[in-house]
Design a protein around this ligand. Structure first.
Ligand code: DP6
Length: 360
């Protein structure tokens, strides 16, 4: 699939202005782990976007035929961030074949996030999806095409994947799938798709995520390094099969409103992800002792109350306590009374399923 529908002669020369988007982070239920060149995932993944954990990005652009591409400034929460600026610059350089105007653009980027960068919540997903949306909006303005229709979002998903794989799942509300699966015929390795409403029982649109910040330090092994270790991983092929199998079961749980099965799969995915890290060569551990303590409390609470809640983990020590709106109060009390002590300075984020990106 080539999402570049633009006419190669459509580049119209001078333009300037500003485009701004707010885009959310997302939490994976079936995990993307391992990738092939070109940011092609080794297995399909499924996630939903969050409401509170978002980044707002504005791009000021000045395009002239005599200019060559330059990132003239980058600020995150009012501050320079050289490491992230370099990553963004290499992303923008790498995607110039997808946006003709970029070769002649000077861009200044400002961004504000609601959560700490590199705190174990996928801030790069929010950032790269917001960037891709701004770029697609600049292009749409130049070409006089529509924004926010299917093609626009598909291109934004395609492009954001090239910045960070999980970013391609941040473009939509509801349940979002990235990676080819025999069960969803419109699925693709190159962009994410939203699951139709009839595939998802209404209870699953009331999902919430209490994010327990167990540790907010920089991770010793980045996700990119972790993905790379999957190439030589002894369990690589088994993991691919497992992810397809878990996706199948999760799709059944979602369509049938089966919360118990949902919780089983979500936890199995989280623990499998971390066991893949431990059994990599070299092996490593991102969970902290308090991660394990919190998991123990969550599982005991589920057994004693029968409330359908479960945890998931990304590539970090923080816990995403996934639950339903109707159990919000009980979960709040659990966090306040038993889990907050395991969090760094008692920090946690009371988040929920969001509505996807917004232009502002
Ligand atoms: C564990 O999308 O951060 O959160 O493509 O290298 O940027 P890159 O990796 P990234 O990997 C996220 C992995 C994960 C699982 C998931 O979100 O599916």
């Amino acid at each position: 699939m080539n999402p570049d529908k633009q006419d190669k002669n459509a580049y119209t020369g001078k333009a300037s202005g500003r485009q701004c988007w707010e885009s959310p982070s997302n939490i994976a239920l079936v995990k993307y782990w391992g990738k092939y060149p070109g940011q092609i995932p080794m297995n399909p993944s499924l996630s939903f976007v969050l409401k509170e954990s978002v980044i707002r990005i504005c791009i000021d652009y000045d395009i002239k035929p005599e200019y060559s591409f330059k990132l003239t400034g980058f600020k995150l929460n009012g501050q320079q961030n050289e490491g992230f600026a370099r990553r963004i610059e290499s992303f923008l350089t790498g995607i110039q074949t997808h946006f003709l105007f970029l070769k002649h653009a000077r861009l200044k980027i400002t961004s504000e996030s609601t959560f700490p960068h590199s705190a174990g919540i996928a801030s790069s997903a929010a950032a790269f999806s917001a960037l891709a949306l701004c770029l697609c909006s600049i292009e749409a303005k130049q070409l006089g095409t529509n924004t926010k229709n299917r093609e626009f979002l598909q291109k934004a998903s395609f492009v954001s994947r090239l910045g960070s794989g999980s970013a391609c799942r941040s473009l939509y509300d509801g349940m979002v799938l990235w990676g080819e699966s025999e069960f969803i015929h419109e699925s693709s390795d190159e962009y994410a798709v939203r699951l139709d409403n009839e595939r998802v029982h209404s209870d699953f649109y009331t999902l919430r995520d209490a994010i327990l910040i167990i540790d907010d330090g920089t991770k010793p092994v980045s996700s990119s390094e972790g993905h790379a270790l999957m190439h030589q991983h002894p369990f690589r092929e088994v993991r691919k099969q497992q992810a397809h199998g878990n996706l199948k079961k999760l799709l059944l749980a979602l369509s049938g409103g089966n919360k118990k099965l949902f919780c089983e799969i979500v936890e199995n995915e989280a623990l499998s992800l971390h066991s893949l890290m431990m059994s990599s060569n070299p092996g490593y551990l991102l969970m902290k002792p308090n991660t394990i303590h919190a998991i123990d409390v969550i599982r005991r609470f589920r057994v004693s109350t029968n409330i359908p809640l479960c945890f998931t983990l990304d590539a970090g020590p923080n816990i995403h306590l996934i639950h339903f709106e109707e159990d919000r109060q009980a979960v709040r009390e659990l966090v306040q009374n038993e889990l907050k002590d395991f969090c760094k300075e008692g920090k946690w984020i009371d988040d929920s399923m969001g509505n996807g990106p917004k232009q502002f």
